[in-house]
Design a protein around this ligand. Sequence first.
Ligand code: GLC
Length: 608
Amino acid sequence: MDLPPDLARTTLIRPFSNRPTIFNNTHRLIPSCFRQLNLLPNWVSEKKKSISVSLREFSISVVETNTSDKTFERVVGLNPNPLVIERIHNGEETIGESVSGGEIIGNKIEKSEETLVREESEAEKEAWRILEDAVVRYCGSPVGTVAANDPGDKLPLNYDQVFIRDFVPSALAFLLKGEGEIVRNFLLHTLQLQSWEKTVDCYSPGQGLMPASFKVRTVALDENTTEEVLDPDFGESAIGRVAPVDSGLWWIILLRAYGKLTGDFSLQERIDVQTGIKLIMNLCLADGFDMFPTLLVTDGSCMIDRRMGIHGHPLEIQSLFYSALRCSREMLSVNDSSNNLVRAINNRLSALSFHIREYYWVDIRKINEIYRYKTEEYSTDATNKFNIYPEQIPPWLMDWIPEQGGYLLGNLQPAHMDFRFFTLGNFWSVVSSLSTPKQNEAILNLIEAKWDDIIGNMPLKICYPALEYDDWRIITGSDPKNTPWSYHNSGSWPTLLWQFTLACMKMGRPELAEKALALAEKRLMADRWPEYYDTRSGKFIGKQSRLYQTWTVAGFLTSKLLLANPEMASKLFWEEDYELLDICVCGLSKSGRKKCSRVAAKTQILVR
Ligand code: GLC
């Protein structure tokens, strides 16, 4: 397949096309030779040398050098003073950790010295054991973690695969513990899987799509030889055949986190990695028919990967999209070939934040405004721009909305507002500053006011409230897994804890996260780390819940580590970007017809 010159990959993918490792026409497999390219030969670390790796030629030249030369570290991405976390032992037992170092290399060299000693609880010790057992190896190197390792599960379906979204909390736990190798390998191997071939029947998904998951398979080359290959799933095997829109966004978010937490910025600077970012961004920013700056997607294209009535412009995708745009803006090297893309990213960031802040926000005042909306307004300056009929306000909301606090809607379409509260999307809006500082505060106020509904016995409800009766029948298609107050339909997912923790820490309210974490810690180990909980208050282990679910374990560990390392946590969230607020694409238009609603709304909405 021909790629535009600026998107052409390095020769990393060439040997792949030369090697017939595809065993059927719907699977694209990455042969084991790839791992060699990105690994540092053992002899290099034995003797200090400078190394220059030419990806284009596959050649590695090694030159002896004096030890003060930083070229070596910069080229191969070694951190000369990495974050060191030592386990503290008392005889056989690990009783705590000591953290020190944390030097950033690359262009910016910073130092952070921090030492803390913390005792690990029994739950944490068990969680680390489970997480380490979940590690998947490819040609001997760690490349990810399986979704679940439930010994009682006779039908693991695809839970024995490495899911891109599920790996994020595992990756953060490893990074916060000072282990970068598995994350680096994951990022590079999934990059090799990025879609560039037909995968679903005779139709190709857009270039740049990242798989939902992958599996390491052993295939026979001949009678005597086997080879390990990576087998991705872009949705062609997944239930519902939905392309995972969030995978590429998570990949970009994790790439930034890897740089921030290890100081190894050389990874994001590599040509193939830069190309990967561009492919994802080009796919997300491609022109279509849509009138909104939000990303238009099908139902089930994110963590909620079954039909739940979230097609259109669901908040989860919008907040991950916004975060990925911000990450890309930070990581893309600006040059002639990326100028246009960077401009498009800036414009989209600005338009997207305006749209979400202005139209997705609801609090008691806004609901009252919608309640009194006039409809069928035909003009560019209509108040009720999306023609929302007030009868759409669900009765539960009128009683539920607290005096203090508010949240971002689940979805917005012409004549349709999805008033359900979606947890992940609201948390990522806080973390990425998609919402205003005041809105961020209000989101946490709402969680506090509605603690029993959103947290209850087990943090955290994936959404609130559940779809019931005819809504359940029509919207989920009578899905027996998504019955009211179960699974995606308002089940409680402990993995969401780490994102709640990050949002609370950003807003200076770690005590809220600690309270939720304490609840989880009381039950998770005893309940064998379930994937999700059921019922209104999250009292029961989910009907079809897997046990020993990796992202439950990893989410718990990541929350613990974030709370113990506020300085590291702060590298993972964003503050308000005032420069973005000043960019208004409408201002560039010469057309007198266009009336910019943003100018009028700016003072009240953008920074209020
Ligand atoms: C379920 C979840 C999805 C997760 C997968 C693996 O399909 O809905 O979000 O990635 O399980 O854990």
